[in-house]
Design a protein around this ligand. Structure first.
Ligand code: 5GP
Length: 186
């Protein structure tokens, strides 16, 4: 297969990205996830090398020094980055989706102008807060930080290629699948 397409998806923490993306991935067997590296500790149910590569700050900084990231950012008091080697490997056999925040998305746009950038909005700020609390694994302090960050992230949606609203995950996934099919010239 020829080189796959690169897709970037952003949306505030708690917007329901993972559920939407599960629907998208189930429908597109030719699409894989890029696994990011992070210095944040795993949440319950998160598996190393599947959800993230959970690494130390020292290891992350070593990778920065080796120019091993397509992009990286430091937010919510932790580093997050896209390891370039695994991304290129995955793109040799299909399309790849990056789940990253707007600072990283902007860096991807610069380095890979052909990437398709999609922003997921919550139906409202109130609903976002309700979903964040509903997770039950995030402290009050973290919820406050993430809501502040969410406001800033949502202001960034204007320079994305597409904006979709996650009211019903299946409907949101359908909208993303259409965008993917269009970008893949199907
Ligand atoms: P969480 O800690 O909830 O898993 O993710 C927090 C934020 O980090 C999310 O907005 C997510 O999209 C972003 N993120 C995850 N991986 C990366 C990455 O490799 N690079 C950047 N820039 N952001 C990332």
């Amino acid at each position: 297969m020829k080189q796959g397409k690169l897709f970037v998806i952003s949306g505030a923490s708690g917007v329901g990205k993972s559920t939407v993306l599960q629907h998208v991935m189930a429908a597109r067997k030719d699409l894989t996830f890029s696994v990011s590296a992070t210095t944040r500790p795993p949440r319950p149910n998160e598996v190393d090398c599947v959800h993230y590569y959970f690494i130390t700050k020292e290891a992350f900084q070593e990778m920065i020094a080796q120019d091993a990231f397509l992009e990286y950012d430091n937010h919510n008091a932790n580093y997050y980055g896209t390891p370039i080697a695994q991304l290129e490997e995955k793109m040799r056999s299909g399309h790849v989706m990056l789940d990253i925040e707007p600072v990283g998305a902007k860096n991807v746009r610069q380095k890979r102008p052909d990437a398709t950038l999609i922003f997921i909005m919550p139906p409202s700020m109130e609903e976002l807060e309700r979903r964040l609390r509903g997770r039950g694994d995030t402290s009050e302090e973290q919820i406050a930080i993430r809501l502040e960050r969410a406001k800033w992230e949502m202001e960034q949606r204007y320079w994305y290629d597409h904006v979709v609203v996650n009211d019903v995950p299946e409907t949101c996934a359908e909208a993303i699948l259409k965008i993917i099919a269009q970008a893949a010239n199907e």
